[in-house]
Design a protein around this ligand. Structure first.
Ligand code: GAL
Length: 683
C-alpha cells in the first residue's frame, strides 16, 4: 500500500514506539485525589504504558476566561512520570466550558433547522467561530507552554472525535465561512453555478451573499450544494484541528500530534482521507456493534479502514471498550476472552497498541454505565483480571511493533461517495454505502483474505484484486487508475451504482456506469431498483435484492442473468477481459451465501491466496511483516480448538513448533520460522 501522501511534519519522534501501547482515557479530575495513587499502582500492575489525559478538562483548567488552574494537572502529570506511564496529553478543547456559551452564545452550533445546540452535552461549538478558535488557541498555548518539557509527555491529543456530534454547523458565521470556502474553490460565480447545476429550479446565483448552507428547505436541496457543504464542514473542522496542532508543534516540534478518528459510524463525519495527511499517527476509536450477528467482522473492516488511512503504516487504536458501552440500544457486555480477541484483531490489522475508553469507570455523568479498565466492582472482577492478562500479552509483542500488514486485495473506499450515495432523490433510498463494501469484505474475511481499504486514485500495483463498491461519484483520474490496473493484469470487481457521476455529481452521459462502462464492457440504460422485500432469482440459482438494472453487453460476457423479475434474461453479473486483466461487474445485491460463491470465484481467478490454507470458519489470520520476519496472528472466534500449520514461535507462550493449537476463543501470534537456504531451495 502506498505511503500516506502526508504533509507529515519532519523530525517528529519516531512512531511507532518500541513496545505496544496499552492504556486508556484517564479522567482523574472526576475523582478525589486520594484515588490517584491507587490509579498509578494499578496502572503498573496492568502494564499500562500510556494514558490520554485532560480531553474534557477545559472547564476545570480554565474556570473563568484567562484564569488557569493547572495545579491538579501538574500533579497528575508528575505522578504519571514517576510511575513510568506516558501521557497522551490533550489540549482540552473538545468541550467548551459553560462560560463560553453563556458569554458568547454565538459560539454555539446550529442545526439545519435553526435549532441552537446548547451546553449540557459536549462538543457544543461552531468550528467557524472566531471566538471559539481564539479561546481554543489560548488554552492550547497555555498547555503547550506548560507541559512541553514534561517527562511524561509522549503524544498530543487534539480535541476529540472532531465532528462526531456536530458534523455541520448552519449558523450565520458558518454561512459566511462557507461563502469564502466556495469562492476559493470555484473562483467565480459562473463556475459555482455550473458545478451546482443552478439552471435547475431557478437556483442561479448572481451574488455570493445569496448563497446559504443547505438549511432546512421546502424540498430536496441542490445535491452539489449538499456535497460541498459536507466538504466545507470537514475542511472547517480540519482547520480547527490544524490551528491547534500548529500551536503544539511550535512548542514541541518532535512530539507526535494526533486526534482520534471514528470508524464505527453509520454516517461519514468528515473526509478522513484529507484528515489523515495532517496527523503524525493515525489514531482511531472503534466500538463493537453488539446487535450484529458477527461484530468481529465489522471490527476487522474498521481496523482495515484505520490502516488504510495510515497508508499501511502502523496506527493506534485510541479507544475501544473493555466490556459494555452505554450508547447502544441494548448494551451487552463482552463475553470472557472477547476483549482480548478484539484487541488482538486490531493489533493483527496494524495497530501498535490497544487503548480504551476509559481507565476508571465514572460514578457520575452520562457515561457511568460504560465499562472501563477499572470497573465499578473494582479489581476483584473479571474485567480487571482480563485487563491484566491483556497488558501482559501485549507486553510480549515488542518485536511486532512497526511491522506492516500484508494484503493482496484492496477495496476502494471513499467518504465523498459515501455522502453522495446516501443522498436524497436517488433511484432508491435504500443504498447504504458501507453495506456492500462490508458484505464483500466479510466474504473475503470468510475466505481468510486480508483486505486494504484505499483512497480512490491510490496506486494499486500491490494488489491482485481491487473491489469498487457503490463508488457513485468518481473523478476521471481515479477511474483511470482502476482502468490501468486492469489493463496491466489486475482483476477489478465493480458494483452497481458506481461511476455514475463526476465529482460535482453530474451524471456521466451515454449510459451507466459512466466512468467504468468501457472497462466493464457493458452499457446500462435504466436502473430497476427493487421494492422493499422484493427479490429476484438469477439463472445461477442465486437470490438478489435491492438493485437491478437493464444492462446490455458491449464486449463483456454474462456470468449470471436474471431468471425472473422485470429484467428476466438480462445480465446481472458480467466478466470482461480487458487488456491483460479482468473487469467484473456486479449489477445487483446478492444474498450473502451467493456473494461468497461469487467472491470465491473471482479470488480464484485473480490468484489471491488466503493468509493460511484451509483456515477453519470463524478463525481469523493475518500476517504482519518487518523485513524478512513475519508474524501470523490467529484469532479463534469459535468454540473449538484449532491446530494450524504455521511453523515458528508463538510469542505469548514461547512455544515452538510446526503446528500451533489455538484454543477456543483464544489468540496466538506466531513469529514464522524463516526457512534455511537449504529448505528454501528444496534440497
Ligand atoms: C467515544 C468518545 C469517548 C467516549 C466513548 C464512549 O466516541 O471519544 O469520549 O464517549 O465514545 O464509547
Amino acid at each position: 500500500m502506498a505511503a500516506r501522501d502526508a504533509t507529515a511534519r519532519e523530525g517528529v519522534t519516531a512512531w511507532p514506539q518500541h513496545s505496544m501501547v496499552f492504556g486508556a482515557d484517564y479522567n482523574p479530575e472526576q475523582w478525589d485525589e486520594s484515588v490517584w495513587a491507587e490509579d498509578l499502582v494499578l496502572m503498573r500492575d496492568a502494564g499500562v504504558t500510556m494514558v490520554s489525559v485532560a480531553i474534557f478538562s477545559w472547564a476545570i483548567l480554565e474556570p473563568r476566561p484567562d484564569h488557569f488552574e493547572f495545579g491538579w494537572l501538574d500533579r497528575v502529570m508528575d505522578g504519571l512520570a514517576e510511575a513510568g506511564v506516558g501521557a497522551n496529553l490533550a489540549n482540552a478543547t473538545a468541550s467548551p466550558p459553560p462560560w463560553m456559551g453563556s458569554r458568547w452564545p454565538e459560539t454555539l452550533p446550529v442545526r439545519a433547522d435553526g435549532t441552537t445546540l446548547w451546553p449540557g452535552g459536549r462538543q457544543h461549538y461552531c468550528p467557524s467561530s472566531p471566538i471559539f478558535r481564539r479561546r481554543a488557541g489560548i488554552l492550547t498555548e497555555q498547555i503547550a507552554a506548560r507541559y512541553a518539557d514534561h517527562p511524561a509527555l509522549r503524544m498530543w491529543h487534539v480535541g476529540n472525535e472532531f465532528g462526531c456530534h456536530v458534523p455541520q454547523c448552519f449558523c450565520d458565521v458558518s454561512a459566511a465561512a462557507f461563502r469564502v470556502w466556495l469562492e476559493e474553490r470555484y473562483g467565480t460565480l459562473d463556475a459555482l453555478n455550473d458545478a451546482w447545476g443552478t439552471s435547475f429550479w431557478s437556483q442561479r446565483y448572481h451574488a455570493w451573499e445569496e448563497i446559504h448552507q443547505p438549511r432546512t428547505a421546502t424540498t430536496w436541496q441542490n445535491p452539489t450544494q449538499q456535497l460541498d457543504h459536507h466538504r466545507f464542514s470537514s475542511d472547517e473542522l480540519l482547520d480547527v484541528y490544524r490551528n491547534e496542532r500548529d500551536i503544539l508543534a511550535t512548542h514541541t516540534p518532535t512530539i507526535p500530534i494526533t486526534t482520534n478518528f471514528v470508524t464505527t459510524t453509520r454516517r461519514p463525519i468528515v473526509d478522513y482521507w484529507r484528515w489523515a495527511e495532517h496527523v503524525d499517527v493515525v489514531a482511531s476509536d472503534h466500538y463493537l456493534l453488539v446487535h450484529l450477528l458477527r461484530p468481529e467482522v465489522e471490527l476487522a473492516f474498521c481496523a482495515d479502514m484505520s490502516r488504510g488511512l495510515a497508508g499501511g503504516e502502523p496506527w493506534l487504536l485510541m479507544e475501544h471498550s473493555t466490556s459494555a458501552v452505554n450508547w447502544q440500544p441494548r448494551n451487552r457486555p463482552k463475553a470472557p476472552g472477547e476483549m482480548m480477541r478484539n484487541s488482538f484483531q486490531h493489533v493483527a490489522r496494524g495497530s501498535d497498541g490497544a487503548m480504551f475508553f476509559q481507565w476508571r469507570q465514572s460514578k457520575a455523568g452520562a457515561e457511568k454505565y460504560h465499562s472501563a479498565m477499572v470497573p465499578h466492582a473494582g479489581t476483584d472482577s473479571r474485567v480487571w483480571r482480563e485487563v491484566v492478562e491483556l497488558g501482559d500479552a501485549l507486553g510480549r509483542l515488542d518485536e511486532v511493533v512497526g511491522s506492516r500488514v500484508e494484503a493482496s486485495v484492496a477495496i476502494v473506499f471513499d467518504f465523498e461517495a459515501w455522502w453522495n450515495a446516501e443522498m436524497d432523490s436517488h433511484p432508491t433510498d435504500a443504498i447504504r454505502y458501507r453495506d456492500l463494501a462490508q458484505r464483500i469484505h466479510r466474504a473475503l474475511w470468510d475466505a481468510g483474505i486480508t483486505v486494504d481499504l484505499v483512497r480512490p486514485g491510490a496506486a494499486l500495483d500491490a494488489y491482485e484484486l481491487v473491489v469498487v463498491p457503490t463508488l457513485s461519484i468518481v473523478s476521471d483520474a481515479a477511474a483511470e487508475v482502476i482502468e490501468r490496473f486492469v489493463a496491466d493484469g489486475g482483476h477489478a470487481l465493480v458494483s452497481y451504482f458506481s461511476g455514475i457521476a463526476d465529482e460535482h455529481d453530474h451524471i456521466r452521459l451515454g449510459g451507466y456506469p459512466g466512468a467504468f462502462r468501457e472497462l466493464l464492457g457493458i452499457r446500462t440504460e435504466e436502473f430497476h431498483p427493487l421494492l422493499e422485500q422484493e427479490t429476484v432469482t438469477l439463472d445461477s440459482g442465486a437470490t438478489a435484492d435491492l438493485w437491478t438494472e437493464h444492462t446490455e453487453l458491449e464486449g463483456a460476457e454474462a456470468i449470471a442473468s436474471y431468471a425472473d423479475g422485470p429484467l428476466a434474461g438480462g445480465p446481472a453479473i458480467t466478466r470482461h477481459a480487458a487488456g491483460s486483466g479482468v473487469a467484473w461487474y456486479l449489477g445487483t445485491r446478492l444474498a450473502d451465501d451467493d456473494l461468497a460463491v461469487f467472491v470465491d470465484r473471482i479470488v480464484a481467478e485473480a490468484g489471491v491466496h488466503p493468509v493460511l490454507p484451509e483456515l477453519p470458519a470463524g478463525v481469523e489470520a493475518t500476517r504482519r511483516r518487518s523485513g524478512p520476519t513475519t508474524f501470523v496472528t490467529v484469532i479463534n472466534h469459535t468454540d473449538d480448538d484449532v491446530s494450524l500449520p504455521v511453523a515458528g514461535t508463538e510469542l505469548l507462550s514461547l512455544r515452538m513448533g510446526d503446528h500451533h493449537t489455538v484454543r477456543a476463543g483464544d489468540v496466538a501470534v506466531i513469529r514464522e520460522r524463516i526457512p534455511t537456504p537449504v529448505e528454501s531451495f528444496g534440497v
